[in-house]
Design a protein around this ligand. Structure first.
Ligand code: NDP
Ligand code: PYC
Length: 346
C-alpha cells in the first residue's frame, strides 16, 4: 500500500495569524477587546504546537458564539473581596477577558500580601491553561490555576460521566531558563486530542476511555459518541487522576461560585461547545517566602532532574516549537488556513 500523500502546510507569521483570528472573532459577535485576547491565546497555542487548543478550536468558538450560549461582548464585574481575594463575575463571557480585567488589581494584591487568589465564575474556558500562568512566572511569581469543563469523564470505579477533563497548570520562574510550566488534563487524554484522533481515524491506547456500555475501547468515536473518558493514572492509578479531578471541581466551581461540570445544560443551544464553569488562579510572590533565592532553587532542582536522567522538562517542547514558529512562521495545514481566511472574509 502506498503511503498517504503528505498534508500540505503553510507557515504564517505569528502577527498575521493573530490578526486573522481576531477578525473571525469580531465577525462572529465578540467585542474588539475579547477578540484580541482570544486570538492571541489561540494563535499562541498553534505557535507552541499545542494543537488540541490551537486553530482546531476556531470552528467550535464560532459555532458556540452563533448558538447564543456565550456572550462575546460580556463585561466582567471585578469584586475586591479581601486583601488577598478578588472575585470576577465573567457575566457569561469568556474566562480570559475576565482574568485580564482583574489582572492588575490581582498582581497588586500578590505583591502586597505575598499571595492572592482570583476566583472567576460564570465563565467559559475553551483553551489551554498555560497562557494564563506562564506570564505570571515571567513576572517572578509562582502560579497555579485550575478550570473545570464539561461532564465527559467517569470518576474512578464509577459508570457515569461526571467530571470534566479538568486541567491543572503550574508555573514557576527559573534563574536562567524559560519558566517551569506544566499544564495537564486530569483525564487520560484531553477532549481536544480525542477529537483530533477521531478525525484522523487513529485508535488511542487502552485505558483512555469507555464506550456507551461502559466497556473499555480504543476507538475515539465510541468514546465521543455516548462513551466517556477515564481519569489519568491507568488501571492501578486512576484513583489519583480522579481525586485531582474532584479537587479541580471543588476549587474551580464550588469555591468560585461557578457550575460543576455536570451542572450546566447547553441542550437549548445546539452548536454550543464551551463549558460554562469557573476558574481559580493562585499566585505567590516567592520574594516573601524564600527571598530572591526561589528562581535559583528552581534551577538547582531542574538540573538535578536532568542529572537523574529526565530527558526534558514539561514546557520545553512548547518553547522549542515557539522558537521555530517565530523564526519560520507558524505551521498550519494549507486547507485549514484557506478555511480560516474565508471565515475572516479575506
Ligand atoms: P499533555 O499530556 O500533552 O502534556 C501535559 C504536560 O506534560 C505538559 O506540560 C507537557 O509539556 C508535559 N509533558 C508531556 N510529555 C512530557 C515528557 N515526556 N517529559 C516531560 N514533560 C512532558 O497535555 P494534556 O493532553 O493533558 O492537556 C493538553 C491541553 O489541554 C492543556 O493545555 C490543557 O490546559 C488543555 N485542556 C483544557 C481544558 C479546558 O477546559 N479549557 C480541559 C482539558 C485540557 P509540553 O507542553 O512541553 O509538551
Ligand atoms: O480538551 O478537554 C479539552 C477541553 C475541554 C474544554 C476545552 N478543552
Amino acid at each position: 500500500m502506498q503511503n498517504p500523500s503528505p498534508v500540505e502546510s503553510v507557515h504564517i507569521p505569528f502577527p498575521r495569524m493573530r490578526s486573522v483570528l481576531e477578525r473571525i472573532f469580531e465577525r462572529n459577535g465578540t467585542s474588539p477587546g475579547v477578540a484580541a485576547i482570544l486570538a492571541d491565546n489561540c494563535a499562541s497555542a498553534q505557535r507552541d504546537g499545542a494543537m488540541s487548543h490551537g486553530l482546531f478550536r476556531i470552528p467550535g468558538y464560532v459555532s458556540t458564539l452563533k448558538s447564543g450560549w456565550v456572550d462575546g461582548k460580556a463585561v466582567p464585574v471585578v469584586e475586591d473581596k479581601a486583601p488577598g481575594f478578588i472575585a470576577v463575575d465573567a457575566a457569561n463571557g469568556f474566562a480570559q477577558p475576565a482574568f485580564f480585567a482583574a489582572r492588575d488589581a490581582f498582581l497588586a494584591k500578590v505583591r502586597a500580601n505575598g499571595i492572592a487568589l482570583m476566583a472567576i465564575r460564570r465563565s467559559h474556558h475553551f483553551a489551554a491553561l498555560w497562557p494564563d500562568v506562564e506570564p505570571l512566572a515571567r513576572e517572578g511569581l509562582v502560579a497555579l490555576t485550575v478550570v473545570n469543563s464539561m461532564a465527559c469523564v467517569v470518576p474512578s470505579g464509577g459508570h457515569t460521566a461526571l467530571f470534566g477533563t479538568n486541567p491543572i497548570a503550574f508555573a514557576a520562574p527559573r534563574e536562567n531558563g524559560e519558566p517551569v510550566v506544566f499544564d495537564l488534563a486530569t483525564s487520560a487524554i484531553a477532549h481536544g486530542d480525542i477529537q483530533i484522533a477521531a478525525r484522523a481515524g487513529h485508535d488511542v491506547p487502552q485505558g483512555y476511555g469507555v464506550d456507551r456500555h461502559g466497556e473499555h475501547t480504543t476507538k475515539p468515536r465510541e468514546i465521543l459518541e455516548g462513551g466517556a473518558l477515564l481519569p489519568f493514572g491507568g488501571e492501578h492509578g486512576m484513583h489519583k487522576g480522579s481525586a485531582l479531578s474532584m479537587m479541580v471541581e471543588l476549587l474551580a466551581a464550588a469555591l468560585t461560585g461557578g457550575n460543576f461540570s455536570f451542572e450546566f445544560d447547553w441542550s437549548g443551544h445546539p452548536g454550543a461547545q464551551t463549558p460554562y464553569t469557573g476558574q481559580l488562579i493562585i499566585a505567590i510572590d516567592p520574594r516573601l517566602t524564600s527571598g530572591q533565592g526561589f528562581a535559583q532553587r528552581c534551577e538547582t532542582l531542574v538540573a538535578a532532574m536532568a542529572g537523574a536522567g529526565q530527558k526534558r522538562q514539561p514546557g520545553s517542547r512548547r518553547h522549542e516549537a515557539r522558537a521555530r514558529s517565530l523564526e519560520h512562521g507558524v505551521p498550519v495545514e494549507a486547507e485549514r488556513w484557506r478555511e480560516l481566511l474565508a471565515m475572516a472574509g479575506l
